[in-house]
Design a protein around this ligand. Structure first.
Ligand SMILES: *[C@@H]1O[C@H](CO)[C@@H](O)[C@H](O)[C@H]1NC(C)=O
Ligand SMILES: *[C@@H]1O[C@H](CO)[C@@H](O)[C@H](O)[C@H]1NC(C)=O
Ligand SMILES: *[C@@H]1O[C@H](CO)[C@@H](O)[C@H](O)[C@H]1NC(C)=O
Ligand SMILES: *[C@@H]1O[C@H](CO)[C@@H](O)[C@H](O)[C@H]1NC(C)=O
Length: 384
């Protein structure tokens, strides 16, 4: 599947243009300044990207110009690809995913496609920084499951210290240019409300320019550690109870389902932008927030936490307040929490915290395309 193009906002949207003013009293200076800068910056970058001459005529002003070339390293890596078949029944190249990764040369310059046959792989997988360009490709009709159950408080194998949240991941990716398609990432450790040390990550992605297609992430507390870098998730299913998408990645989630299994009050995201200079943030477009418990759309792990939901269906579990400052009111004027054209029973902004905002068309635009993660230079069709 080729990456989807974003078409200009339909005129119908004029109906929604009247901006909802959530508060006139709260100081919004930082927020306003940042918004203005972001809109301006977005336009400069769009101009710099030089759309094809007929783009305007074709009504493509709302879409990403596709003229920018791929990263040079990436382009080279895609020329000579190598494929490994992973099959537990012994008929492939390797029986485990870890063995296949061990047999990829360090500092490899070409893509290695790991075609993972159906099955449940109980493996703890780490892709080191020195092994970029790895793809995990599963069978769409019967995707493989990679499972584990480590938690932050599990003891490490050599004994001694407890693992941390960081080390609890079933699959941890430190390498750049990772791709997963039709893979189920899982951490089955349960989470009881009120206990500590039960953070249990299914996937940690710390590599830059990683993309995930038609993949699922199952866990409870802290399922998806969207740690750092530019990331893209499309048609994914992400399930958890508390802060189940967290980290300081700069990520674009498109057409994903965020499924809460919380028993009480929880937060879907905990975005950790903790310094003003960081360009990180989570943008959810055409997503669906659903499931059990009651949830905030986000709580501020970092002072400058940044999350936007656009065109998304917010089910009744979303709390009217919408957002949470993690008990620190100094964050109210620093975080960046926006909503744009969402629908569903949880999208009524009447009861929202005063420091969240309904975005206007121009304010939302920088967040609603793959350009948000500079996708032009690195997003590939997942089947390659
Ligand atoms: C091994 O798995 C493959 C693919 O799933 C299948 O086609 C093949 O028949 C299996 N072979 C054996 C010996 O089980
Ligand atoms: C994790 O899974 C192993 C193997 O299935 C099991 O023995 C162990 O009890 C599990 N631990 C937790 C904390 O669920
Ligand atoms: C969006 O996701 C749903 C599954 O939730 C899928 O059925 C649908 O095909 C996806 N849409 C696109 C455009 O890929
Ligand atoms: C939104 O919520 C407010 C307060 O609960 C309510 O008065 C209003 O009717 C709701 N609007 C819609 C469109 O449901």
């Amino acid at each position: 599947m080729a990456p989807r193009k974003h078409h200009i906002l339909p005129l119908l949207s004029l109906f929604f243009l009247s901006r909802i003013s959530w508060s006139d009293a709260t100081p919004q200076k930082d927020y306003d300044k940042w918004l203005t800068w972001n809109v301006h910056n977005h336009h400069l970058r769009r101009l710099a990207a030089k759309p094809p001459p007929n783009a305007a005529a074709a009504g493509l002003s709302g879409s990403t110009p596709t003229t920018k070339a791929l990263d040079v390293r990436l382009e080279k890596a895609e020329v000579n690809k190598e494929r490994f078949i992973i099959n537990q029944n012994g008929t492939g190249d390797y029986k485990t995913i870890s063995e296949a990764i061990d047999n990829i040369p360090i500092h490899n310059t070409k893509r290695f496609i790991l075609q993972i046959m159906p099955g449940v792989y109980r493996e703890k997988i780490h892709i080191p920084k020195i092994k970029p360009f790895i793809s995990f490709i599963g069978d769409p009709d019967n995707p493989p499951t990679i499972t584990g159950n480590d938690t932050a408080s599990s003891m490490s194998q050599g004994g001694g210290a407890a693992l941390s949240t960081f080390q609890s991941a079933t699959v941890a990716v430190d390498a750049d240019y990772f791709i997963a398609s039709n893979i189920i990432f899982e951490n089955t450790a349960p989470h009881e409300v009120g206990t500590v040390g039960e953070q249990a990550v299914a996937l940690r992605i710390s590599g830059n320019k990683a993309s995930f297609y038609e993949s699922s992430f199952y866990g409870s507390q802290d399922t998806l550690y969207d740690h750092k870098g530019l990331h893209y998730f499309r048609n994914c299913f992400i399930q958890g109870s508390v802060d189940f998408i967290f980290g300081y990645g700069r990520s674009f989630y498109e057409n994903c389902t965020l499924n809460s299994i919380a028993k009480k009050v929880a937060s879907v995201t905990a975005q950790k932008r903790n310094e003003k200079s960081m360009s990180s943030g989570f943008s959810f477009k055409d997503c669906k927030v659903t499931g059990s418990g009651t949830v905030y759309l986000g709580r501020a792990w970092g002072d400058y936490s940044r999350v936007v939901y656009s065109f998304s269906f917010l089910d009744k579990l979303v709390l009217p307040l919408g957002w949470n400052n993690w008990g620190k009111s100094n964050r109210n004027s620093k975080v960046y929490y926006g909503e744009y054209k969402c629908s569903g029973p949880g999208s009524n902004v009447t009861g929202r915290v005063t420091w969240a905002r309904a975005l206007t068309d121009v304010e939302a635009e920088p967040f609603i395309g793959t350009y948000y993660v500079e996708g032009d230079s690195w997003l590939l069709s997942p089947s390659t």
